[in-house]
Design a protein around this ligand. Structure first.
Ligand SMILES: [Zn+2]
Length: 720
């Protein structure tokens, strides 16, 4: 979840950057003198800083560090919500009531950023509590409050008095520089995107179209959520499917049922059922979900979006949506996808040949060609046959505390920081931990992060970084440093041993902690540009790049060791196998992802009447050109849920992946590899410190020291 580009203020209650889309001390001086190989992970007992100590440190540097005051009852939540809205409304009223002759940058554009800074602290904090507070009543109250903030945020977008004041300021033809100029332009563009510079009747039209669109999107999603897709199968048809699913799905003497709408059930069957007819049956059920209702809804959605875009003066909805992202227009995003598609072609074909061989050897096959219902099965068999990696056996190398410490050491080293535990004066849960990030050179505190790492009843069940306070330069010159929170669900420690992580868990924590670093290392002047408030097609890239670290032997050897005998490191051949298994089906993986991304962009780039009248046939054709052809009897697009929340944005996955590879290649070539301090510093200065205070393309090229390239990404997925 990232900030919503389409609103003027970008308020997104409980803004978290998570892992679901597909979301840690040691003295640096010590290992600097020992060199890279001396980067070992010992858990050094450390006395946590007290809160007053940290406050004194901050004051010396003109830094404001704020601990969120977590609400502990539904009454407190309601009070905070009402107070925050009242305060923001008063600030908006002050802007709206300005004498047009007295408008300045400070009392309009900057005042809006100030009020966003104030209220977003409350929105973020309460949004977090809605996901993590141990008391169900407090969570419920926080959910209600979040809805209230959302409604309020929409009404703010359409405050004409405020818009008038900002426009009066614009009419003074202000001579602004740097980040001030960018803030002003960004604000004006947001108003334009909301339709506020249109004549009254057109504005009304956009508003009505938006309401209609919102309703249609909700219907599309509800139909999808409610679309049960039951399939009845005999024991023989279930051959190969794990017992765990069999036991739960028995519905008669020799009858088992699965719901193809439940993703994990679907995948268990598709990856394991030896019988081709079984796979086909379950696939047909899944890709016909909601078709009766949703094909009509989809057509309506596409027409409404196209009309909104046209009324606002854009060529297409794809152009409208990408304007505020790196891609800038639909054609650029589409051209990128097409290049990737071509680049992946040889790899994709080679994988299909492997699949064909596997399928020929499988007894349950009824056709020789690899069909769309075969690929999950063939991919799984390929991984098992060729690589035989026992991911579970790797856990002994990743005891939680060592991983955490090891990751802290690495981030401390590359970013030039120190991470110190702090005793928080209050917590919403007993196992919550708080840390301060301190600049190693100057000793100045840079921000704080909480860690809430283990599952709990009613807690958010994925992995994400939730921003609580964003960075901002205050009016009096002091800097308000960020506070953020990592919410994870790692296996809790066992009674007789440590919590042991999988390699996948290790990659996840490197990724999510990367988002926390992105928030904390910011130097942006305004909240609007601080930390992770960057374009949607970029925000994941820095964290995706950090995932490369956990595949590097040198990085892993700095902390991963068998907890029963720490002299034992991960054997290099296991890592090689693990990597090979990960890469074995990347061609198929990305071509499938690209098929959805290209479909999403094409549907939003202007359609002919014929295409619109048979959306299903048109969609199946596009999907089949990029990945395996869908069965003509299916309507995959009717259950493509991302068409609602990622409208013309699905390309962002691959887009950010390519940037991540490109950035990782800089570390790969550096003298010290992923532990190179010079490159790490550059990453901090060019990417993390900047946020969105300048065009992120400039930041990326600043870090790369050259133009962007998709070559490293192609190489990464096995194309030389
Ligand atoms: Zn992420």
């Amino acid at each position: 979840m990232v900030l919503n580009d389409s609103t003027v203020f970008g308020f997104d209650a409980g803004a978290a950057i998570g892992h679901s889309m597909k979301i840690f001390t040691f003295s640096l001086i010590l290992f600097a003198s020992l060199g890279v190989l001396g980067l070992t992970t010992e858990i050094k007992p450390q006395t946590p800083l007290t809160w007053p100590e940290l406050q004194r440190k901050a004051a010396r540097f003109g830094i404001v560090l704020t601990l969120p005051k977590f609400e502990n009852s539904s009454e407190e939540i309601a009070q905070s919500t009402d107070a925050a809205i009242a305060k923001a409304n008063a600030a908006l009223g002050a802007i709206g009531g300005l004498d047009p002759k007295k408008v300045t940058f400070r009392n309009t554009v900057r005042a809006l950023d100030d009020l966003q800074s104030d209220i977003s602290q409350v929105i973020n904090r309460i949004g977090l509590l809605s996901q993590v507070h141990p008391e169900p009543r407090v969570r419920d109250a926080a959910i209600d409050a979040t809805q209230k903030f959302n409604d309020w945020g929409v009404s703010v977008d359409y405050r004409k008095d405020v818009y008038k004041a900002v426009k009066s300021f614009a009419a003074t033809n202000p001579k602004l520089q740097g980040e001030d100029k960018r803030l002003f332009e960004d604000q004006m563009r947001s108003y334009k995107r909301a339709g506020l510079d249109l004549p009254e009747d057109k504005q009304k039209e956009v508003e009505n179209l938006r309401k209609e669109l919102g309703k249609t999107e909700t219907l599309f999603q509800i139909n999808l959520n409610n679309a049960a897709a039951p399939v009845k199968l005999s024991r023989a048809e279930f051959d190969g499917v794990p017992e765990s699913l069999l036991g739960k799905s028995r519905s008669g003497e020799d009858e088992y049922s699965v719901d193809a709408n439940v993703t994990f059930q679907f995948l268990l069957v598709m990856e394991n059922a030896a019988n081709e007819e079984t796979r086909k049956k379950v696939y047909l059920a899944r890709d016909n979900r909601a078709r009766e209702k949703n094909l009509a809804n989809l057509k309506k959605m596409i027409q409404l979006r196209s009309e909104i875009a046209r009324t606002l003066g854009y060529g297409s909805w794809a152009d409208y949506e990408t304007e505020v992202r790196m891609a800038k227009n639909g054609a650029t995003a589409l051209a990128f996808l097409e290049r990737l598609k071509t680049g992946l072609e040889p790899r994709f074909r080679a994988e299909l040949d492997e699949f064909k061989r596997i399928k020929a050897a499988s007894k349950g096959s009824t056709t020789p060609e690899v069909n769309i219902w075969d690929w999950w099965y063939c991919a799984e068999k390929l991984r098992q046959e060729k690589y035989q990696v026992d991911a579970e056996a790797l856990r002994v190398y990743f005891p939680y505390e060592k991983v955490l410490q090891g990751m802290f050491n690495i981030y401390e080293r590359i970013f030039g920081i120190q991470i110190q535990e702090v005793n928080p004066p209050s917590k919403y849960s007993p196992d919550l931990r708080l840390y301060a990030v301190i600049d190693k050179n100057s000793g100045a505190p840079l921000g704080m992060f909480y860690m809430d790492m283990f599952p709990r009843a009613g807690k958010y069940n994925h992995f994400a970084n939730f921003s609580i306070i964003d960075g901002k330069r205050l009016e009096d010159g002091r800097y308000q440093r960020p506070t953020t929170s990592l919410i994870c669900n790692f296996p809790p420690p066992a009674k007789d041993g440590p919590s042991l992580m999988t390699h996948d868990d290790v990659t996840t924590i490197f990724h999510e902690f990367g988002h926390a670093m992105h928030a904390i290392l910011t130097q942006a002047k305004y909240v609007r540009f601080a930390g992770t408030n960057v374009p949607q097609d970029f925000v994941e890239a820095p964290s995706q790049m950090l995932e490369y670290f956990t595949w590097d032997k040198k990085v892993l050897d700095s902390f991963a060791a068998d907890y029963r005998d720490p002299s034992k490191k991960i054997p290099p051949e296991i890592l090689t196998q693990l990597r090979a298994a990960d890469l074995a089906t990347k061609g198929c993986f990305y071509r499938r992802q690209l098929s959805f991304a290209i479909l999403d962009l094409t549907l939003h780039s202007g359609l002919t009447a014929d295409q619109l009248n048979d959306l299903n046939a048109f969609s199946n054709k596009i999907l089949g050109e990029v990945f395996l052809p869908p069965d003509p009897g299916t309507a995959t697009v009717a259950s493509f849920g991302h068409i609602t929340n990622y409208s013309a944005g699905y390309y962002g996955y691959a887009w950010a992946d390519a940037i991540a590879s490109d950035m990782a290649s800089v570390f790969q070539r550096a003298p010290d590899g992923f532990l190179d301090t010079k490159i790490g510093r550059k990453l901090r200065d060019e990417i993390y410190a900047q946020g969105n205070s300048r065009d992120v393309s400039i930041s990326i090229e600043g870090f790369l020291g050259r133009k962007q390239s998709i070559e490293p990404f192609l190489k990464h997925v096995g194309i030389e």
